[in-house]
Design a protein around this ligand. Structure first.
Ligand SMILES: CC(C)(COP(=O)(O)OP(=O)(O)OC[C@H]1O[C@@H](n2cnc3c(N)ncnc32)[C@H](O)[C@@H]1OP(=O)(O)O)[C@@H](O)C(=O)NCCC(=O)NCCS
Length: 306
């Protein structure tokens, strides 16, 4: 344990030690990023894996103007399916819940729905839903939201680009969110950087972001701006030289293309959701045409010294 200047006790991240601790671990240094006193940034710990995964799919299917429009009418089932299918992904030691590289925002005055959730410091009840329930979509958004009975109100997930983990975990994630695949390929083929000019050659160099979101009611208050700034400064302090992020929301693009100085960012690729076309069973389709956002952006943020 170390004692910070502001009197808050901080604990050094040691995966084995935190495996059995309460949800989330305190951060060592906030790098000057201040939140209102009711909130704090915490490191995501393995016991938050289900909660973070569920919240992530909730914001993905219900909050995002891209995915909520594409999956309209079946969002509840899709969110639950993805949550179950992605368990092998979140179980990987290299992935967000276990890699010590992912952070969340914690509401210290969170209003729990059930007293038993409060006694545990929070609980996720998504495993209790029957995915074949014919009434699943009726009031589905509220049912899923009520079952996120824990104080994580926002998250920023990352992994080390040099150490992505078992391809089987990634296969599970791709099957759960099949529309991420063509987009990822598009980014790859349109990346203007010469091959070999930017890729990491060891761990500790490049971070790849793998999810960002805010719980409804907590968005629009500058929390993601603060969390993202913290992530940039934290990764810099750990020796990383860059962060790559697929910005699936205009707010994310605003944040990541305007990092604090002396960091700098470039938008590498713009993905045109409405006009992107691909072939399926011999015919041309536009799988992202229903998106309410016209573009997504691949952004590269360099964590420069000066
Ligand atoms: C996208 C999301 C994470 C943003 O979080 P947030 O806490 O509401 O964002 P913030 O309040 O910190 O705002 C971030 C910045 O975007 C700006 N912004 C707000 N609306 C904007 C818009 N329509 N276009 C561009 N910038 C916008 C804000 O002014 C702020 O910039 P500033 O600090 O320079 O003023 C949140 O809305 C969310 O969870 N959405 C659903 C899931 C999702 O789409 N996730 C993103 C996947 S990459």
């Amino acid at each position: 344990m170390t004692c910070r200047k502001d009197g808050i006790t901080a604990t050094k991240w040691e995966p084995s030690k935190h495996r059995t601790m309460g949800p989330g671990a305190p951060i060592q240094n906030n790098h000057g990023v201040e939140l209102p006193p009711r909130y704090e940034i915490r490191l995501v710990t393995p016991n938050l894996a289900n909660s973070i995964s569920a919240l992530s799919f909730f914001t993905h299917y219900f909050g995002s103007p891209i995915w909520s429009a594409i999956y309209e009418g079946r969002q509840t089932r899709e969110a639950l399916k993805a949550y179950h299918a992605c368990k092998p992904f979140y179980d990987m030691p290299e992935m967000a819940a276990r890699n010590g590289l992912s952070f969340c925002i914690w509401d210290k005055e969170f209003g729990f729905k059930k007293p038993e959730s409060a006694t545990k410091g929070g609980a996720c009840y998504w495993d209790d839903f029957d995915i074949d329930d014919p009434n699943l979509e009726v009031n589905g958004r509220q049912k899923l939201l009520d079952a996120l009975d824990f104080p994580v109100v926002g998250f920023g997930l990352s992994f080390d680009k040099f150490k992505p983990g078992d391809p089987k975990g990634w296969e599970a994630a791709s099957e759960a969110t099949p529309l991420n695949g063509p987009m990822g390929k598009y980014y790859e083929t349109h990346d203007p950087r010469p091959k070999g000019s930017w890729e990491p050659t060891a761990v500790g160099q490049v971070i790849e972001r793998v999810g960002s979101g805010m719980r409804p009611g907590y968005d629009g208050k500058g929390f993601m701006q603060a969390l993202s700034k913290f992530i940039m400064l934290e990764m810099k302090s750990r020796g990383y030289r860059a962060i790559q992020i697929n910005c699936g929301a205009p707010q994310m693009h605003r944040i990541w293309s305007n990092p604090p100085k002396p960091f700098r960012s470039s938008t590498l690729v713009t993905f045109p959701t409405w006009i992107f076309e691909m072939e399926e069973d011999g015919r041309k389709i536009r799988p992202y045409e229903k998106s309410k956002l016209s573009n997504l952006y691949l952004v590269w943020t360099e964590l420069l010294d000066h």
